[in-house]
Design a protein around this ligand. Structure first.
Ligand SMILES: *[C@@H]1O[C@H](CO)[C@@H](O)[C@H](O)[C@H]1NC(C)=O
Ligand SMILES: *[C@@H]1O[C@H](CO)[C@@H](O)[C@H](O)[C@H]1NC(C)=O
Ligand SMILES: *[C@@H]1O[C@H](CO)[C@@H](O)[C@H](O)[C@H]1NC(C)=O
Length: 389
């Protein structure tokens, strides 16, 4: 018996050493049970969650908060369906469904600027890019629309874990999380003293208000429903909501003029989510003329490629409001992809995602530390293309 347990112990030690040396990308989940008392909960009423990997060395006083994406929900039925998934309930979350790679990696060669920071993944379970705050619980479904409270409770918890004393803080996010990083940027900044360096990065979060292929703005109605259902307007930039329909302020291009904190936009002009779900939607394309092309650009006709190029121009026009001030940064390529900072190959490695030989990981680091101005748009290779190795 002794021998078996010794063997077990040795094996266990070997596995632990192996994980330490090879590095694991899996980081445990922390559930904030105490948040339930404040009503800061996921759609199904379960407590919010995050994953935390402690910093080391020179990174000890630096914090990266990365907001997970996952679309939105715009109706009771749609949000109720979400409660059966990790995007609506912490009960469905596992640490292995969100690994720490790319911007969250703890390896210097894979993530040179942030690898030794305190790194946090803010898990997304509210369906409103963390903007909802409805006191009433839906009686029929027990749905809670409390995304904004979830955001605050996770930030509070991290402030107490040492983020309060941080020197450098970066709020990033991808997709619906990239939108959240813009919508929350100034409020987040206000949690810190003025001498803390605080900046925001939005990856694939610049959902543009542009004409779809029918020449209309049909997607706007979807954001109307999201913002109404979650009562998001009170958590959008007030300088914006006082000037226009609040749901328009859910779009970065209408919110950005009011964001005072430095923001970096990482995006592809041919973002697959926008091409498929905002531009060539079934509503805008009832005959399905773009059904194949929007899935695989290799099968697009030359007319369809021209239409995509027009979409690219519209997207770039929508980006103009970001301005070229010194606190703004952007890295915009023409890859047919969605989200580029969580995936190791796009973040650092893959040569075809780079601009002027600079990897996204380097560009974001240079901008964060004010090493150089990063305002890069790929105007050479303008056709949509796959950025693989
Ligand atoms: C995360 O990594 C684990 C192995 O550590 C793997 O089993 C899992 O599939 C990965 N999850 C995702 C979403 O890639
Ligand atoms: C912040 O720093 C102060 C002074 O060094 C220390 O007393 C306090 O415990 C720190 N707070 C956190 C949350 O680490
Ligand atoms: C910044 O934008 C302004 C207004 O669009 C333009 O006049 C100016 O030339 C731009 N500056 C640079 C350095 O691109």
């Amino acid at each position: 018996m002794m021998k078996v347990s010794q063997w077990l112990l040795q094996t266990l030690l070997c596995v632990l050493v192996f994980l330490k040396i090879e590095g694991t990308t899996e980081v445990g989940i922390t559930i904030i049970e105490g948040a339930v008392a404040n009503g800061a909960v996921c759609l199904d009423g379960s407590p919010p969650a995050y994953q935390f990997d402690a910093g080391s060395g020179e990174g000890l006083h630096n914090w990266l908060l990365h907001i997970q994406g996952g679309g939105w929900c715009n109706s009771i039925e749609d949000c109720h369906t979400r409660t059966y998934s990790l995007y609506g309930s912490s009960k469905k979350m596992k640490s292995s469904d969100y690994n720490f790679t790319g911007i969250l990696s703890n390896k210097q060669d894979l993530n040179p600027n942030f690898y030794n920071w305190n790194r946090v993944a803010m898990r997304y379970c509210d369906g409103s890019s963390f903007t909802g705050d409805v006191e009433a619980v839906d009686p029929g479904t027990n749905l809670h629309f409390r995304g904004a409270r979830v955001f605050n409770v996770i930030v509070d918890e991290l402030l107490g874990k040492g983020m309060k004393n941080a020197s450098n803080v970066l709020l990033s996010g991808s997709s619906a999380g990239g939108l959240a990083s813009i919508l929350h940027c100034d409020k987040f900044r206000a949690f810190f003293p003025t001498n803390t360096r605080v900046k925001c990065v939005s990856d694939a979060g610049y959902f543009a208000h542009v004409k779809d292929i029918s020449g209309e703005y049909k997607f706007e109605g979807y954001y109307d429903q999201v913002v109404t259902l979650h009562e998001s307007s009170k958590n959008l930039y007030p300088e914006c909501t006082s000037k226009m329909k609040p749901s328009l302020c859910f779009y970065p291009q209408f919110a950005m003029p009011y964001v005072k904190t430095p923001v970096f936009i990482l995006h592809s002009t041919y973002d697959t989510f926008q091409v498929q779900n905002i531009w060539a939607t079934p509503q805008a394309d009832p005959k399905g003329l773009f059904a194949k092309c929007k899935q695989d650009i290799n099968v697009c006709s030359s007319d369809q490629i021209q239409r995509l190029k027009d979409f690219r121009s519209d997207f770039l026009n929508a980006l103009l409001v970001v301005g070229n001030g010194s606190s703004r940064g952007w890295f915009v390529n023409n890859c047919f992809t969605h989200g580029q900072c969580e995936y190791q190959s796009k973040w650092l490695g893959n040569p075809s995602s780079r601009l002027n030989h600079k990897a996204i990981a380097e560009a974001v680091g240079d901008w964060f530390y004010d090493r150089s101005t990063i305002q890069m748009i790929d105007s050479q290779n303008v056709l949509p293309h796959y950025c693989n190795n």
